[in-house]
Design a protein around this ligand. Structure first.
Ligand code: ZN
Length: 196
């Protein structure tokens, strides 16, 4: 498909880009184009060393997410047991059906918010419902890093970044850096990596 020695270019949209603020549209059916998009997103996620990437970050306002969460550190929830061995994977129309009342605080980062990290409080576990790109429906309880990554990526589908989820104190700590990123982005709201 790709010519040898052709330079490939990988793009991720960054904070300030309009596409990151939209409510993404459902994927009605998995077409060849959707498969192609998912495989490009998996490549892009890996080039940027991410563990998840939502289609809006790749410039497409669609409810499509790819994950590559490592198996190490699993907390043993059914969702981690079932999904982590399948990584990398692509899902369409993902939903969070329930959230645990118990919460955790962990530092998060985002390929769309480069070099900025901040602690985010989120439910420790979620009931995650989605369809794989191969047509398998599942509904599974997911905790640990996977549970957090699911919540982070699904936020992207509704126009939220992790920086919208901070305590006032954490928000103050990164405000300057985030404003600099957004204003730098007025001319260029994306990052590009080119690889041979
Ligand atoms: Zn993100």
């Amino acid at each position: 498909m790709l010519f040898k020695n052709k330079k490939e270019s990988f793009v991720v949209y960054t904070a300030g880009a309009a596409v990151l603020k939209e409510i993404a549209k459902p994927v009605p059916v998995v077409t060849a184009e959707i498969r192609q998009l998912a495989s490009e997103m998996i490549k892009t996620m890996r080039v940027f060393n991410g563990i998840g990437l939502a289609a809006p970050q790749y410039g497409h306002s669609l409810r499509l997410v790819v994950f590559d969460v490592p198996r190490e550190g699993s907390t043993g929830t059914p969702g981690e047991e079932y999904l982590l061995p399948k990584m990398p994977m692509a899902v369409i129309n993902p939903e969070i059906v329930m959230r645990s009342s118990e919460t955790d605080e962990k530092d998060e980062g985002c390929l769309s918010v480069p070099d900025i990290y901040a602690p985010v409080v989120r439910p420790s576990r979620v009931l995650f419902r989605a369809q794989t790109i191969d047509g398998e429906f599942f509904e599974l309880e997911c905790g640990g890093l996977l549970g957090r990554c699911i919540q982070h990526e699904l936020d992207h589908l509704d126009g939220f970044l992790f920086t919208d989820r901070l305590t006032p104190q954490a928000e103050r700590a990164i405000r300057g850096d985030l404003n600099r990123l957004k204003s730098a982005g007025q001319s260029c709201n994306y990052r590009r990596i080119s690889k041979k």
